[in-house]
Design a protein around this ligand. Structure first.
Ligand code: ADP
Ligand code: MG
Ligand code: ZN
Length: 499
């Protein structure tokens, strides 16, 4: 696996205009599967959530999950789509061991929702993303390739299949070609998926966890010679399983395709695989090898004809639009435009909102998510929401600070403990001995020692230079291993040294 020749991003953008297309698959969080009553719990023992329908046994008949249809319609409405008066499922025929029926029940030319749009904000600019369609389908099972070094089928000695995921309701959201993003293309791609994630979260229809595969993105990209030129040939990059990777994969494809075209070559229409570790894409299936899925209407399911009154009822359940929500929260929290942009850009809006809901002050909630926790998420290469620390816990840590039991520095240790799964903030403070020393006698003694050890600084404070107290405060904090309230220490020092 070798990296292709790349053109620098700036050179690529100087010569070509990128066009994107994003296909996002989202697993719904319904309690049962799309066409049977099997549970959908993530992480259950392999093949413990299966039945004749989702195992594709002969004669088993599907029964449509109404809640999944309701969720699909709500997603369509939230994306400003038209809802089909009538639509059907289709069979997408292909053989693969993780799909026991040998066809996937999907929607083909009759999606439940179509022709929508949504708006994505990146820095100052807003991009309108046109939605081609929102359709329903079912997820496949999962293959596990055993015995090889990579977990891929190549080199494996045998494969195992888990059908728990087979039949879980899946919604595919497909954009129309996204044009006019220019150099911002990779960032817009990421911002769109981030935005979609928040939208789906606010609809409450999915866990949208990219690392667990409940949100998956295929990124199409092509280059053309200019804004008025015809579209170039696209590639479709699969396996892009984090927001960061969406941006990286699009950027990589732009640089790779630009090199191919500049060299006089042609871009092959193909699927490509994203490699998180090396940051490159490699060829998958080319269009010549593309399968003919022999789609035909599903004979075992009646067409869906959502009642107009039902659609309106579902429309009434939509949360407020993202723009309105943002302005409402900004006003309530007293954040500047810049603060708000930082929060939204970090994908932390819902987390900050929930942290405030759990009792933390807005500034504190923002601070922890955008500094300490953002740094750790970045180090681990995960999204904020994927950290094993939630809003409730952040609020509990802040409450410990507000009541003077720990300070900001000790809070970082509490976060270490939370990330290591050591229990609740309260338990971690106890187990790690993090409580600040509030014993006045102990503090007073430490202050006396600091004054004795730093006579120069003490004299300056005595002479009225309060700023010189810093050195003394530092000495006390060092002795207390940070476990003192710096404000209290300062007060004690000034009191002892006042003329
Ligand atoms: P496929 O079956 O190949 O996945 P889809 O229609 O499901 O096709 O998705 C193709 C995606 O690529 C859509 O988002 C579409 O808007 C986008 N697209 C189509 N043509 C181009 C192009 N030339 N460059 C970039 N994206 C494109
Ligand atoms: Mg597709
Ligand atoms: Zn089942």
């Amino acid at each position: 696996m070798t990296a292709a020749t790349l053109l620098s991003y700036d050179d690529a953008l100087a010569r070509f205009d990128p066009v994107l297309g994003l296909e996002v698959h989202v697993e719904l969080n319904t309690a049962s599967k799309m066409f049977c009553a099997c549970p959908t719990t993530f992480g259950a023992a392999p093949n413990s959530q299966v039945c004749p329908v989702c195992l594709g046994l002969p004669g088993a008949l599907p029964v449509l999950n109404e809640r999944a249809v309701a969720a699909a319609i709500r997603i369509g409405l939230a994306l400003n789509c038209s809802i089909a008066a009538e639509c059907r499922f289709a069979r997408k025929n292909y053989f693969y061991p993780d799909m026991p029926k040998n066809f996937q029940t999907s929607q083909y030319d009759e999606p439940i929702a179509y022709d929508g749009w949504t708006e994505v904000a990146v820095d100052e600019a807003a991009y309108r993303i046109e939605i081609e369609r929102v359709h329903m389908e079912e997820d496949t099972g999962k293959s596990l390739h055993v015995g090889g070094a990579t977990g891929r089928i190549h080199g494996a000695s045998h494969s195992l299949v888990d059908y728990n995921r087979a039949g879980i309701p899946l919604i595919e959201i497909v954009t129309k070609p996204i044009i006019g993003t220019g150099a911002a293309a990779p960032v817009v791609a990421r911002a769109y998926v981030t935005h979609l994630r928040e939208l789906l979260l606010s609809l409450g229809v999915s866990d949208v966890r990219m690392e667990q595969g409940s949100l998956r993105c295929d990124a199409n990209a092509s280059l053309r010679l200019g804004q008025d030129a015809p579209f170039g040939t696209r590639t479709e990059t699969k396996n892009v399983n984090s927001l960061r990777s969406v941006e990286r994969a699009v950027r990589y494809e732009i640089c790779r395709q630009a090199a191919v075209l500049t060299d006089g070559g042609t871009v092959t229409q193909e699927t490509r695989h994203w490699h998180e570790d090396t940051g490159i894409t490699t060829p998958g299936r080319s269009k010549e090898q593309a399968e003919d899925y022999r789609y035909f209407p599903e004979p075992d399911l009646a067409p869906i004809a959502p009642d107009v009154a039902w659609v309106e009822q579902l429309r009434a359940t939509l949360p407020e639009g993202p723009g309105r929500r943002r302005s409402r929260l900004q006003a309530a929290w007293g954040f500047s435009d810049l603060d708000m942009r930082d929060v939204v850009g970090a994908g932390a809006l819902a987390l900050v909102e929930q942290t405030i809901g759990a009792g933390a002050a807005p500034a504190a909630a923002k601070k922890w998510w955008l500094t300490e926790l953002a740094r750790r998420a970045n180090e681990q290469g995960v999204e904020l929401a994927e950290l094993p620390v939630g809003p409730e816990q952040v609020a509990q840590v802040q409450a410990l600070i507000d009541t003077g039991r720990i300070n900001d520095k000790l809070a970082r240790s509490v976060f270490d403990g939370l990330l290591a799964g050591e229990g609740t903030p309260e338990e971690i403070v106890a187990a790690r001995g993090l409580e600040v020393v509030s014993d006045e006698t102990a503090l007073g003694a430490a202050v006396d020692r600091a004054i004795e050890a730093n006579p120069g600084a003490a004299d300056k404070v005595r002479a009225g230079k309060a700023a010189a107290a810093g050195a003394l405060i530092g000495a006390v904090m060092a002795e207390m291993r940070g476990q003192a309230d710096a404000g209290r220490v300062r007060d004690l020092i000034l009191a002892k040294l006042s003329p």
